[in-house]
Design a protein around this ligand. Structure first.
Ligand SMILES: [Zn+2]
Ligand SMILES: [Zn+2]
Length: 360
């Protein structure tokens, strides 16, 4: 009797005996050669990421990690639901292919799927009409992505939230991710002049405001992620962590309030140096411009006049944003180092993650 699976074939079927088979199913990659992964912990959010096979740990990897919660498991355990469905579809396709053969064999039908009985007074013909093999859908994967290369094991990975851990080596890659985010804003900033010449002053001014907003958002998101992780690591119950974060509100949009909160929550003293000064000044410039749809109101004019009397400029300029981006990287690095001294990158990577411009 023919078996449901024939050895070999597209899936490289191996018969292990006792109705056990081994098959090779290669998970399709996206256009960039990346493979989707999903955290086995259903409570992990976003829990979804991608890795580029061939980068990072190659050969004999026994354990992989979730970039968001550091859940550790065998690499196969990180298959996505789409990939499991895809694998099942491929196996069922193979079953159907062989089932047709099983039926033909059982009925003694020839290769053409027909058999003639009799031939005298009565003759009858049987035929098997094979239904077409089901079409196997390829996994659908989201296009929203951030690519981060691990400075420790060089794994090229894609994440959809703020990554803390490398999916291959499990080391802390938080600062690499933050620096990748800052680099995107820096690229946008680098294009402001060209866009200004092409699209006009209003667009260029708006681009600058957006870069400033991005800087504030990166700082706020990074600080909230660091606070969440630090509270958890210090044994704060999950519901208290969330309550604490709600209580913080938008404190991290302002450096003065950030200073108070860090002292209060973790006894971390944020230094009074130029890095934090640059951030404080840039963050304060955001209020009059971004609120009110960019329309200048009386309060703004009063502030502007006051600033003018003191020889200050109210509008943010490109060099200030450039300095803010450099300061961001150093400030977040400082807080990360203060909260997680054991999880610092090696010195060589500190250098690589450093600034492309310096603050005088
Ligand atoms: Zn996870
Ligand atoms: Zn790594």
């Amino acid at each position: 009797m023919r078996k449901l699976f024939q050895p070999g074939g597209n899936l490289g079927v191996q018969d292990l005996g006792g109705d056990r088979y081994r098959m090779n199913i290669s998970v399709p990659r996206d256009l960039d050669g990346r493979m989707a992964r999903e955290c086995p912990d259903a409570d992990c959010s976003p829990g979804y990421f991608k890795v580029t096979p061939g980068t990072g740990i190659t050969g004999g990897q026994v354990q992989a990690y979730c970039p968001y919660c550091r859940h550790a498991a065998e690499p196969n355990d990180f298959a996505t639901e789409e990939q499991r469905r895809y694998a099942k579809d491929l196996v069922m396709r193979e079953v159907q292919r062989n089932l047709n053969g099983v039926i033909k064999d059982a009925l003694g039908l020839g290769a053409n799927g027909r058999r003639k009985f009799g031939g005298g007074f009565v003759s009858m013909e049987m035929s098997l009409k094979e239904s077409p093999l089901p079409h196997v859908r390829r996994p659908f994967e989201d296009d929203v992505r951030r690519d981060v290369i691990c400075p420790h094991c060089t794994l090229d990975q894609t994440v959809f939230g703020l990554a803390v851990w490398c999916a291959d080596c499990g080391k802390d890659i938080f600062l690499s991710h933050i620096n990748a985010e800052i680099a995107v804003t820096r690229q946008m900033l680098g294009d402001v002049q060209r866009r200004g010449e092409l699209l006009g002053k209003r667009v260029a001014a708006k681009d600058l405001e957006n870069c400033l907003e991005d800087g504030v958002s990166i700082f706020e998101a990074a600080m909230r992620a660091l606070v969440r992780r630090a509270l958890k690591e210090r044994g704060t119950p999950a519901e208290d962590v969330e309550r604490q974060l709600t209580k913080l509100g938008n404190a991290f949009q302002n450096i003065g309030r950030t200073r108070l909160q860090m002292a209060d929550l973790f006894a971390v003293a944020i230094p009074e140096n130029c890095i934090w000064g640059v951030l404080a000044a840039a963050f304060e410039k955001r209020h009059p411009i971004t609120h009110n749809l960019g329309v200048v109101d009386r309060k703004y004019l009063e502030r502007a006049q006051a600033a003018e009397r003191h020889g200050r400029e109210v509008r943010i300029v490109a060099t200030e944003i450039e300095q803010m981006l450099t300061a961001l990287s150093e400030a977040i690095g400082f807080v990360h180092g203060a909260l997680f001294p054991a999880s610092q990158p090696e010195p060589v990577h500190m250098q690589a993650a450093g600034s492309s411009s310096s603050i005088e």
